[in-house]
Design a protein around this ligand. Structure first.
Ligand SMILES: [Zn+2]
Length: 245
């Protein structure tokens, strides 16, 4: 038998688990391992044609995820060709593989704003000048992190699909509109469970910096709050009062 090191075993086990137990979180079909010789994605769904890159960690999912080559990835974001992400925490104990957490990050949430450039490798390194990136996991709003496995329990397909259907609409939206929605979701994340329109208006200056061409930030805020209310992320209580669901 061919000798396999720990990381090879982990790769084989995670791939096997994804194919046997996971499903496409956008349509429910089974996932296939990529046969293409590409580093861009690891799995694809032949039913809805979505691609998935798996980040499997044997430790807790932290604030940042280490990614591959920075410039290639930025280009992929600009071309809108980034895959969706599946972030997994697993353990292998006594030869038993366990999937502890699996989080689906829809590709629309992967923007340049959450990609941090790392220091290029030094002159003495084998790949001198090579530049990696970190994905700032903590900067993705909770709405963009769908748990498929939580505390070692896999959710039912119907529950996952119910959640992901709220996001599917973003896939065909114009990128500026997606950016707006994500920024509003991030603000809502940062507020108390009951908040007011005024609380969101307080972020007007920050939003103005992100959207310098927009002269109607407050109107846009109200519109976006309506959209996420329609998505059932918040409830409107009247008199400028909102509550998170
Ligand atoms: Zn699918």
């Amino acid at each position: 038998m061919q000798y396999k090191n720990k990381s090879q075993i982990a790769r084989i086990e995670t791939e096997k688990w994804v194919i046997d137990s996971l499903f496409c979180p956008l349509c429910g079909n089974r996932l296939n391992a990529s046969t293409a010789n590409t580093k861009v994605y690891d799995f694809f769904c032949s039913s809805c044609n979505q691609e998935y890159q798996l980040k499997a960690l044997s430790k807790k999912i932290g604030k940042k995820l280490i990614g591959s080559e920075y410039y290639t990835f930025i280009k992929a974001i600009q071309n809108r060709s980034v895959p969706n992400f599946l972030v997994m925490e697993y353990s292998i104990e006594n030869n038993t593989f366990k999937s502890k957490e699996v989080i689906f990050i829809p590709k629309v949430f992967i923007s340049e704003a959450i990609i941090e450039k790392r220091k290029p490798l030094s002159e003495s390194a084998r790949r001198a000048g090579w530049t990696g990136y970190n994905l700032l996991f903590e900067h993705i709003p909770s709405y963009g992190k769908l748990y498929i496995v939580e505390n070692e329990v896999i959710k039912s397909k119907s529950n996952v699909l119910k959640e992901s259907q709220k996001i599917v609409g973003l896939y065909n939206m114009e990128s500026n509109e997606v950016k707006w929605k994500i920024e509003i979701l991030k603000i809502v994340d940062s507020l108390d469970s009951v908040f007011t329109l005024h609380d969101v208006y307080n972020k007007e200056n920050e939003l103005q910096k992100l959207f310098p061409d927009n002269n109607h930030i407050k109107d846009k805020i109200r519109q976006q709050l309506q959209f996420i209310r329609d998505d059932n992320v918040i409830i409107f209580h009247g008199n400028g009062k909102y509550e998170k669901t």
